[in-house]
Design a protein around this ligand. Structure first.
Ligand code: MTE
Ligand code: LUZ
Ligand code: MOS
Length: 759
């Protein structure tokens, strides 16, 4: 069950964009970007750069033959700045030279004069100045206004979460080769090959059939390449078609960190009302999303935040308002969870605060309000096959919350300078792109005459193992040796009009399409085999382990013989199939519908130890029961869960994105941006998959895994808050993440509160 890429990765044989052998004469591109976050471009002087060694050409917005426009949802983002710059890191010019070094050196000689304009980095400030990327969004269930007076407890507060750098190991990059007739072939490190193709078409003003985009694999994407892999590919295609030479661009890590958007920071207001028995009656939340300088995917991210604002709880009266605020930061973008984590953090903060007011454990309120079958989500969908309670109960069977609490309390009374804390974190995540149209995929399956199989789909392999899953599906259906099946690169000429591999639905959508395509081939082959074996009932024919069985008895026929005979008999050994998720819809006017094929559930218990002298901490244990349906590849699902949890804990604790007031990224290298390392990983991590979970909406009853476990990481924040409270019971705080050691220290000692003025 190991990932067939692992060996190639370890040997360094796996090819990423920068590993492709390039033809002689290939040129290298480097981007010149703004160092000013907001301003008017007064002049661009390229003359010194143009005379530098090796420079072939320098392109600016004036050289764009089509539309200077890369906005995916809203057309509000130029590829190269024209009169104004709106963020520090915004591309202004592309230098092309005979080596990457020459291109970079010449870039440093470009002089751009910019008149500075006021900079906004804070979403609430943007909101107050009416700087919104799209109109506000609202979702309502029941009647909150009529409910507050019926509540025994009402608490209000604010909650904030920070950004997050994707830190894919392979930085953004692309390679474009001009092809006869004005066409271009592009290799891109993208999650969305069709988005790249469509945008090149628009910017270069050539039809999509002249653009071929090919993707072998990514060294990670995490959402950062859903939309933001596009500009680099477009720049390469622009230069390649203009210069009639292959052009390659690989971003340096620091440039990548400065130019690309990150997870959206949010600042939110909440108000929650409960009965004295812990039942939540009403929840009101306002989200101020820091969208950055252009819309990018922000509206879709905000919509998912709204959809997940009640996490895995049933709340009968809800009102959520979302503002996507325009600031002078690089446009923020998709990142694992896609707004879901930001929505869930706020409800968890509200429950935590309500628990304090009621003098109960947060887990008491959490458990009391878990979703059940038949409950309505704020967006109108009714919970079905709901596993919120089974996951929670299954976790409690494995590990007693009472015992954990006693262990933590005992430790805390015995230790003055170290305190433990724990928190539970249930999750519920909707699977499907919230934009119904995007829930489609297709697969093209060839059986070659030697019996080997090649599969092309829209899925992008980015380390998440989607190829292994699709492989497993084909293998189950054909019952042939694993080595016979190969997953081809993702290519827009083989599989067209694709959605990005995102929303955790890559394996679901492309797997379903593959299943359908393979079944068509299997049916064809079985019918042919039946004829050859004079068996007039094809249901009596089966293939198992490369052997053909007739009425349960092994025959002389093997897979290879069958394929070669079928080819001789002129039977098509190719099948293409399309899949679109059934039943889903969403009405934007009423904000109601059935946007998700299904939901993924789970519950985590996270324990931490805090060093109250230093503010540093360790993650002691993570125990989880997670619902993956019937796992297609348990090893992959387990590693996806582990990776996602680690990334989620990182977001909540040590990872801190800082822009200064001028909109300059301070944390633009790994010396200043800390990601969790192996020493920070939980000392103990036990992940069990919920048993007996059925899911008809994904291949072989499986469930999506990519994003949902990320949100368990939120538990680490509240576990740390509990440890802080154990040291300083009367501390006053707002739920502001990340809980870096600095922030922990400033909560432990208010006297040093100047470290974090926001507190
Ligand atoms: N795992 C690895 N190793 N690398 C990645 O880039 N991306 C995540 C998740 N797991 C990612 C990953 C994100 S954001 C998504 S949406 C899913 O994988 C996408 O793949 P899937 O739809 O096949 O699950
Ligand atoms: N991308 C997207 C996503 O375009 N729509 C979504 O709903 C989504 N959800 C999660 C991750 N990426
Ligand atoms: Mo994942 S954020 O949907 O690429």
């Amino acid at each position: 069950m190991k990932n067939f890429d692992s060996e190639k990765h370890v040997r360094g044989e796996s090819q990423f964009v920068d590993d492709l052998l390039v033809p002689e004469g290939t040129l290298y591109a480097h981007v010149y970007y703004s160092r000013v976050a907001h301003g008017k471009i007064l002049s661009i002087n390229l003359s010194a750069a143009e005379t530098m060694t090796g420079v072939t050409a320098i392109f600016t917005s004036k050289d764009i033959p089509g539309a200077n426009q890369i906005g995916g949802i809203v057309p509000d983002e130029p590829l190269l700045a024209e009169q104004y710059v709106h963020f520090n890191g915004q591309p202004i010019a592309v230098v092309v030279a005979d080596s990457a070094f020459h291109a970079r050196s010449a870039t440093e000689k470009i002089v751009v004069e910019i008149e500075k304009l006021p900079v906004i980095t804070d979403p609430r400030e943007a909101f107050s100045k009416n700087e919104l990327l799209v109109p506000p969004m609202t979702i309502e269930l029941g009647d909150i206004n009529a409910t507050w007076s019926k509540c025994d407890i009402v608490v209000e507060g604010i909650a904030e979460t920070g950004g997050q750098e994707h830190l894919y190991l392979e930085t953004q990059g692309a390679f474009a080769v001009p092809v006869e007739g004005g066409a271009v072939k592009v290799v891109s490190s993208t999650q969305g090959p069709t988005a790249v193709q469509r945008t090149i078409s628009k910017v270069l003003n050539i039809p999509m059939n002249k653009i071929e985009v090919d993707v072998l694999r990514l060294g990670g994407g995490f959402g950062g390449k859903e939309d933001q892999a596009t500009p680099w590919a477009v720049m390469c295609a622009l230069a390649a078609t203009k210069l009639r030479r292959p052009v390659k661009m690989i971003l340096h890590r620091q440039d990548d960190m400065r130019m690309t958007g990150k997870r959206h920071p949010y600042s939110s207001d909440f108000k929650i009302g409960l009965k004295s028995d812990g039942t939540i009656l009403a929840y009101e939340v306002t989200f101020y999303q820091n969208g950055g300088a252009a819309a990018d995917l922000s509206p879709a991210v905000l919509q998912r935040t709204m959809f997940h604002c009640t996490n895995s709880y049933f709340i009968p009266n809800v009102k959520a308002i979302g503002y996507s605020c325009r600031t002078n930061l690089p446009p923020n973008t998709a990142f694992r969870g896609f707004g879901g984590p930001q929505g869930k953090f706020v409800i968890e903060a509200a429950i935590f605060k309500a628990a304090e007011a009621m003098n109960v454990e947060p887990s008491f309120i959490q458990k009391k309000n878990l979703l059940k079958n038949g409950d309505e989500f704020p967006y109108g969908q009714i919970a079905e096959r709901c596993q919120a309670i089974p996951c929670w109960n299954s976790l409690e069977q494995k590990i007693s919350i009472g015992n954990v609490k006693k262990k933590v309390d005992d430790f805390n009374s015995a230790n003055e300078w170290k305190k433990k804390g724990f928190a539970l974190m249930p999750i519920c995540f909707g699977i499907s792109f919230t934009n119904t149209m995007m829930n489609q995929a297709s697969a093209l399956v060839h059986i070659y005459t030697d019996g080997s199989v090649g599969i092309s789909t829209a899925a992008i392999e980015m380390g998440q193992g989607v190829n292994m899953k699709i492989h497993a599906i084909a293998q189950k259906i054909f019952s042939i040796n694993t080595e016979r099946i190969k997953l081809e690169s993702t290519n827009t000429t083989r599989v067209a009009n694709t959605s990005p591999t995102a929303a955790s639905s890559g394996a679901d959508l492309n797997g379903m399409a593959t299943q359908l395509a393979c079944n068509v081939l299997l049916e064809r082959l079985i019918k042919f085999a039946a004829e050859q074996l004079h068996q007039y009932d094809p249901t009596k024919i089966s293939i198992s382990d490369e052997k053909i069985f007739n009425d349960g008895k092994e025959t002389e026929w093997t897979w290879t013989k069958l394929i070669s005979a079928a080819n001789a008999a002129r039977i098509s050994l190719t099948s293409h199939h399309f899949y679109s998720t059934p039943k889903i819809y969403f009405n934007r006017e009423s904000s109601k519908g059935h946007p998700f094929a299904y939901h993924v559930f789970g519950t985590a218990l996270i324990e931490v130890t805090l060093d109250c002298l230093r503010g540093t901490y360790e993650i002691d244990a993570v125990n989880i029961v997670h619902d993956v349906g019937k796992s297609l590849q348990p090893a992959i699902d387990l590693s996806q869960a582990e990776g996602a949890i680690m990334q989620g804990i990182g977001w909540m604790t040590v990872e801190e994105i800082i822009y200064n007031n001028e909109g300059r990224l301070i944390t633009d290298a790994l010396s200043t941006y800390k990601v969790p390392d192996v020493h920070f990983a939980p000392k103990e991590m036990n992940i069990s998959f919920l048993e007996n979970s059925e899911n008809p909406f994904a291949p072989f009853n499986s469930k999506a895994i990519g994003e949902p476990p990320f949100m368990y990481g939120i538990g680490a924040y509240f576990a740390l808050l509990n440890a802080i409270k154990a040291f300083r019971p009367n501390t006053t705080y707002s739920a502001i993440a990340p809980m870096t050691p600095e922030r922990a220290l400033s909560l432990l000692y208010k006297e040093v509160g100047t470290l974090a003025p926001a507190l």
